[in-house]
Design a protein around this ligand. Sequence first.
Ligand code: HEM
Length: 394
Amino acid sequence: MSGDEGATDPYPLIDELRGEGGVRATPVGYAVYDYELCREILRDRRFGVRRSIDPGVPGPLRRYAERVVLPPSPIESPSMLAEDPPAHERLRKPVASAFTPRAVARLGDLVREVTTQQLDAMAAHESVDLIANFAAQVPAAVIMEILGFPAADREQFLRWGSTGAPLMDVGVSWRTYRSAMAASEAMQAYLVAHIEKLRREPGDDIFSVLVSTSDLTDAELMANANLLMAAGFETTMDLIGNGVALLLSHPDQLELLRAEPDRWPLAIEELLRFDPPFQMTARRALEPVQFDGGAPLVPGKSVLVSLSGANRDPVKFPDPHRFDITRPNAREHLSFGSGIHACLGASLSRLEVLHALPALFERFPDIRLDGEPARRRLFNVRGYSQMPVRLKSR
Ligand code: HEM
């Protein structure tokens, strides 16, 4: 069982699209799948993220589009993910400096505590859904602690999280989008009240530091909170789920980890490389840019940057479709992006997964799949919605 059976495996198509490499022109913009080019575009200041109207859109439609006010979303302005310098730096700096070593160490204690609680609760059952009972719980507890949400609200938060996840995706149906928006609206109301409360009585969480010491406006604080929730919860949950599926389907690799636990940190990099939770991102050329004698990219047109394509580029990672926890350059994957928007939570999610996965396999040495795991039906956010596992041998 490959961990992909019964669900879409995007990698053969990605290989085909990478083809000879270089920039592909598509009807809706450009796309890149090879490692060096993806990395270069993410690090090149001639590319930006701010939404602009496609240069091909005719005048009246353009004027209409300029007036459209988009609902709050982790991938829309004023989220740092959707801003170019200098606004980007203004939004990112206070968040980065609130992630002090002391704050991250405290989160490490919480990760250990929640992991043990969940493993204890799971031990009472023979079979459980690993996603709901484990993979979702650790990252949710961490992100709630960062934002200063009461731990008692975790179940509500999890519901909003799973219903709102499609907002980070592309090409979702209208119906899915509507329910994601409804979850997001409920979440926004909760956040407004929460920020008001933290202004009156700040806690010792990271978000309280932002609320009380930064000069961010309420809209910017909301955007940052939305982004932390979306970027920090789903992705880490998916990394845990994808990791369990991969290790269970590669028992030789799991055996090696059991025999030599020092290999875990590199194994987690290989998990990230092999099946990244965030498959792609996008940029726009801010000026005409030309690569390797190709036609210049038209400024304003979107460039899809395939992070998973980069991670499976055979030029960078020989035999790229082999899951190999001893791969020496695995940590050069692009799963956390690169350049000025590189993931702010990379070390935190590594810390979470590096504790959660070994603890799970140590506590339940006989863990195995108990039915087919179900992939989430999303395009960009890649993970499982359900993964039935049997915890003890029959
Ligand atoms: C396995 C887990 C994670 C993955 C795969 C992941 C992936 C990414 C990627 C690919 C980007 C860059 C997107 C782009 O360039 O367009 C990003 C940005 C970001 N991530 Fe993560 N992320 C993870 C966990 C986290 C966590 C735990 C947090 C926070 C607690 C976080 C917060 C952020 C933020 C704030 C940004 C925006 C940075 C900026 O625009 O300057 N992420 N993440």
